[in-house]
Design a protein around this ligand. Structure first.
Ligand code: GDG
Length: 465
């Protein structure tokens, strides 16, 4: 499979998961894969990524019409590059240092080594002049590494998480290297304009690069920094909620939860998601007698995530203690006030949960976008339900006119907002939901991918002379 793809996606993970028990593959759920899959098919695309199993050596294969090129990672790479530099250094640093980032030279070395491997694999499969789209914080060095190997390529990069302001980014011992890595791209995409502005400012201050508006001049090229807020697969969600069994399941969930107002949280179990803050606020509403047991119930789905990283283990213990304490205090026999589920569900069950929820509670302390907020809105064709949304979610600027915005650090504010959401009248729910739906339905994930690729391939934006 050498040098024959006009379109190459490079991401930490391949877009497929192994079918449990068997040895086949299944397309991974999620908007990114469904947005890119059609482009892959129409352009002879190849996806370069890791299979998810340490030490596994696999040959390239075709699945679901997509050509897949596996990049190997040893157990040590997983520990140092993935759990280490990606998830114990970059992830907390880029999310406002909510947890202290680990700065470890062996982790950095592994990050460089694994990025080199991804760049080499992409250089092997891309045809002359091909478009290569690199995804996310695990692969920030790939653009420059790839450009060194293949200056003929058109290289785009998209960061799914926030990009921090200079004051925080300065902590990183390898800060210049990361900026230089990203500047190998022709187009660097961020979720929000503020993140693009942070990047441009850092290039100016740390690299002395000349910048013109959102463009950085670098090594005789002009690198564009732009915002492309990601979105959800509206078509997929619409199909799911049209199924009778999903609607029945939503009714069943509501009945199982006891018939009170249903508040719902759906997150990866991650310290950026503000799970403890929302549960604390909810618990205090019972302590204050603003709510009575049975009147409202909180269902919190916490999908297992990065379970070998210490901060995630600590968080899990903390949440489990907190849920135990709140239920211990306020639940009545047979009716807990919080239902906490540390597990992952299929898309049908998630859609049913969204339909069952009166109040969707999305309170991250910092989040690049937050797709759950947009998925909830996309599912509520009935114009019912209320979204409580953190000001610190990337989705806030787009949904601010319909959501109940909240500062999740302000527990009293959070309590007031939860109560206002619980008491929101149907006509007001519909008014708010209509505004949010207009935005989400008009800006779905297909449009996001098309806008990024159109900008990347814009003939008017060729390198500066
Ligand atoms: C990163 C950025 C940015 C959740 N539980 C289950 C499940 N999910 C799905 C949700 C949603 C996705 O996972 C989570 O996306 P988020 O955007 O909410 O959060 P991150 O995982 O942190 O994603 C984020 C995103 O990248 C895209 O750029 O928005 O800011 O942090 O789609 O529905 N899916 C299934 N079972 C579950 O139990 N199948």
């Amino acid at each position: 499979m050498s040098r024959e793809s006009e379109f190459v996606v490079v991401a930490n993970r391949l877009p497929v998961d192994r079918v449990a028990g068997g040895n086949g593959w299944r397309r991974s759920p999620g908007g990114l894969v469904s947005a890119i899959a059609p482009v892959m098919r129409s352009r002879q695309g190849t996806w370069v990524g890791w299979s998810g199993a340490a030490g596994e050596e696999l040959d390239p294969f075709v699945e679901d019409g997509m050509r897949l090129v596996p990049v190997q990672q040893t157990a040590e790479d997983v520990e140092l590059y993935y759990e280490g530099f990606s998830n114990a250094t970059l992830w907390p640093l880029y999310h406002d240092v909510i947890a202290p980032p680990v700065y470890d030279r062996a982790m950095w070395d592994a990050y460089v080594r694994v990025n080199e491997r991804f760049a080499a694999a992409a250089a092997e499969v891309a045809s002359e002049g091909a478009v290569v789209w690199v995804q996310d914080y695990q692969l920030q060095l790939v653009p420059a590494m790839l450009r060194a190997l293949r200056p003929d390529l058109k290289i785009g990069f998209f960061l799914h998480i926030p990009f921090p302001p200079p004051e925080l980014f300065y902590q990183l011992p390898w800060r210049r290297k990361i900026l230089e890595g990203l500047l190998g791209a022709d187009l660097v995409g961020f979720q929000l304009p503020g993140a693009a502005a942070n990047f441009v400012r850092l290039c100016r201050r740390l690299l002395d690069a000349r910048t013109v508006k959102q463009d950085v001049e670098w090594e005789g090229r002009r690198v564009r920094a732009r915002a492309f807020p990601i979105s959800v697969d509206v078509g997929e969600l619409r199909e799911l909620i049209s199924r009778q069994e999903v609607r029945w399941r939503a009714d069943e969930i509501r009945a199982d939860l006891g018939g009170g107002i249903v508040l719902l949280g759906v997150d990866r179990l991650d310290y950026t998601k503000g799970i403890t803050q929302r549960l604390q606020a909810f618990g205090e509403l019972f302590a204050d007698r603003e709510l009575k047991p049975g009147e409202a119930v909180f269902a919190q789905i916490a999908t297992p995530s990065r379970e070998r990283v210490e901060q995630y283990q600590l968080l899990r213990d903390q949440i489990e203690q907190q849920v135990g304490r709140i239920n211990g205090e306020y639940a009545e026999l047979g009716s807990p006030v919080i239902h906490y589920l540390h597990t992952s569900y299929d898309r049908e069950e998630l859609a049913a949960l969204f339909l069952a929820a009166d109040v969707m509670v999305v309170t991250p302390l910092r989040d690049g976008m937050n797709l759950v907020a947009k998925e909830y809105v996309a599912c509520r064709e009935d114009l019912r339900g209320v979204l409580v949304l953190s000001e610190f979610a990337g989705a806030a600027p787009e949904l601010r006119r319909g959501a109940f915005l909240v500062n999740p650090y302000d527990i009293d504010g959070l309590k007031e907002t939860l109560l206002a959401a619980i008491r929101c009248e149907p006509a007001e729910q519909a008014r708010r939901m209509r505004v949010m739906r207009k935005r989400v339905l008009e800006h779905d994930v297909d449009r996001w991918a098309a806008e990024f690729l159109d900008e990347l391939e814009d003939p008017a934006a060729q390198p500066a002379g």
